[in-house]
Ligand binder design. Structure first.
Ligand code: HEC
Length: 237
């Protein structure tokens, strides 16, 4: 019991830090194949050097997202196999040496954290000269992840206010010196989120489509049953 209470006390401040940040809506549409394709490409270019998504295979992703063999090949690491699992370029020991921890596998992150969380995370980096890579993250304070999309987004600065004797972030300023506009960056991080959302639940779009057929079938069946009932009871009344 005591251990549980200690754990609870340790977790509460973390929870309250996280609760301060309102999540931004990614509005992911699980039918938007083009967004998932763009997201896969961006993920392989910017994220797969550190993060694996090794609960899925290249070929399955190519089939689901309708990527040609050539397109797929462009986004695979040279030693990867088409029917192999999607591993990251960096080994765990190497990553731990660089970041102090191994970057987590991201296949299921959308289920664990939610799409809005991922999207907000990618939009919450800000300049912090006290951190090893010169950046911090408003949603995941003291994160070990560098801002890998800094050359695209640019870098935001945090505006602090004092609240109950503590300095807290009130807002982030518009990022400076990125190669993308704010809209382009938002679109790219939405695409990456759409891809991770697909990765965590690859049959979602299919399941939803089947769901409509099932509803239609039930509706039709109900109508037939009702007509039949009317027919049978006609003579009784
Ligand atoms: C240079 C290596 C590196 C690259 C490239 C990288 N990350 Fe990370 N990422 C990390 C590390 C290290 C962590 C662990 C951070 C922590 O827990 O403090 C992390 C954590 C995360 C998390 C949080 C996972 C969780 O549940 O805690 C998400 C989401 C994430 N990364 C997404 C991405 C995306 C999307 C990209 C590509 C745009 C990317 N990362 C590129 C190193 C990297």
């Amino acid at each position: 019991m005591r251990r549980f209470l200690t754990l609870l006390c340790c977790c509460l401040p973390l929870w309250s830090v996280a609760a301060d940040v309102e999540l931004q809506h990614a509005n992911i549409d699980s039918d938007d194949l083009a967004a998932q394709q763009r997201g896969f490409k961006a993920f392989q270019m910017h994220c797969a050097s550190c993060h694996s998504t090794h609960f899925q295979r290249y070929q399955r992703v190519a089939d689901d997202l309708k990527l040609s063999a050539d397109e797929l090949q462009q986004y695979m690491f040279t030693d990867a196999k088409v029917n192999g699992l999607i591993e990251s370029a960096m080994s765990e020991e190497e990553a731990s040496r660089w970041f102090g921890m191994a970057p987590p596998d991201l296949t299921l992150v959308s289920r664990v954290r939610g799409d809005d969380w991922i999207y907000t995370f990618l939009n919450s980096f800000y300049r912090d000269d006290k951190r090893p890579f010169g950046v911090n993250n408003r949603l995941l304070p003291y994160t070990a992840m560098p801002h890998v999309l800094q050359s695209e987004q640019g870098l935001a600065t945090a505006n602090f206010v004092e609240k109950d004797g503590k300095m807290v972030i009130e807002s982030l300023s518009a990022p400076q010196n990125g190669s993308m506009t704010a809209d382009e960056y938002a679109a790219m991080t939405k695409d990456i989120t759409a891809y991770l959302s697909y990765a965590a639940d690859p049959v979602k779009a299919k399941r939803e489509a089947i769901g409509w057929w099932v509803m239609g079938y039930l509706g039709l069946f109900f109508l037939l049953a009702w007509l039949l009932k009317k027919e049978y009871w006609k003579d009784v009344h």
